[in-house]
Design a protein around this ligand. Structure first.
Ligand code: 13P
Ligand code: SF4
Length: 305
């Protein structure tokens, strides 16, 4: 079977079995081509609720599939690869936040969407990289604890000087691999190129960027820009997607090692096995956890617009 034949069979079966395939921007291009929707975490969570199909296959990592199930309990939600977790989502425990809230009862707990369903149950509002600035600005309270990504939280804090934003130790181990040395090296090699980075990058990298934004933000900036060359500071699959979508522009990886091994677990064969043999983990969340975790997600959509 060729890749094209496998894709055609997936497209035929997903329609027959009423399956919506949602794909995160870090997944490979062969999977993108069978998707109903491709996007960043915010787009995926909105799309999860809007999709008319009864079944959803989330090609991404576990917190994305959990978010989908929390927002759409009537749907059967499947995760593309059972080992695909996000290490950042598990860096802070629910107990840590419960203790923090006892000591700081008037602080608003803002959780990056890259958190477990369990941790979301004790948070006030979720944010994604594309919605965080707008949402934090829309929170009335000045006192905020931002978890778990201290790079994203620090970047938001710089742009919201009227807020007291406290951070906890946490972040993405993949984006942490990029340093200012990579920036200096790539800028020397490609002096005309614009540097586009994800806010999960370290401050020393973000400070040198021409644009900072979510995966979707980076892609639309590059597509709409008049510039011809771009250095991309996020998971390297974005470089390949952009090169395919904009063949007349040039895209360079900021760091060869910026590869999320969890996102890389999902292959086209996993998608094929799901739609053909139903071989896939279904996400199950108990109703008490789901309802509590839904509150910060509903707040995110209310404040994020
Ligand atoms: P986006 O919201 O930009 O898709 O980011 C999700 C993520 O996990 C980035 O590492
Ligand atoms: Fe998690 Fe980082 Fe992978 Fe995104 S790139 S899923 S934050 S480990």
């Amino acid at each position: 079977m060729t890749i094209r034949e496998m894709q055609d069979e997936i497209i035929r079966l997903k329609k027959e079995k009423d399956i919506c395939i949602l794909v995160h921007a870090y997944i490979g291009h062969d999977v993108w081509e069978v998707a109903d929707f491709v996007g960043d975490s915010y787009g995926l969570s909105k799309q999860a609720a809007a999709a008319p199909q009864k079944n959803v296959l989330m090609c991404g990592v576990r917190f994305m599939a959990e978010t989908c199930k929390i927002l759409s309990p009537e749907k059967r939600v499947y995760l593309s690869h059972t080992d695909a977790g996000c290490p950042m989502a598990e860096q802070i425990s629910k107990e840590t936040i419960v203790e923090y809230k006892k000591a700081h009862p008037n602080t608003t707990i803002v959780a990056y969407i890259n958190t477990t369903a369990e941790l979301k149950t004790v948070c006030d509002v979720c944010v994604t990289s594309s919605s965080a600035l707008k949402i934090v600005n829309n929170i009335e309270n000045k006192d905020i604890l931002f978890i778990p990504d201290q790079n994203l939280g620090g970047w938001i804090s710089e742009q919201c000087p009227d807020k007291n934003i406290e951070l906890m130790q946490g972040g993405c181990p993949t984006h942490a691999l990029i340093s200012k040395v990579n920036v200096e090296r790539l800028k020397a090699r490609h002096p005309e190129a614009l540097l586009l980075v994800h806010p999960e990058c370290r401050k020393e990298v973000a400070d040198r960027a021409d644009y900072i934004g979510s995966t979707t933000g980076i892609m639309s900036f590059a597509k709409n820009s008049d510039a011809r060359e771009f250095i991309i500071g996020t998971e390297n699959s974005i470089v390949q997607h952009l090169q395919m979508e904009c063949p007349d522009k040039r895209f360079y990886e900021l760091a060869k090692e910026c590869v999320c091994r969890n996102m890389k677990l999902t292959t086209l064969a996993d998608v094929y096995n799901m739609v053909k043999y139903n071989e896939c983990e279904e996400i199950i969340i108990d109703e008490e956890t789901r309802l509590a975790a839904k509150k910060p997600l509903d707040k995110m959509i209310e404040l994020g617009g």
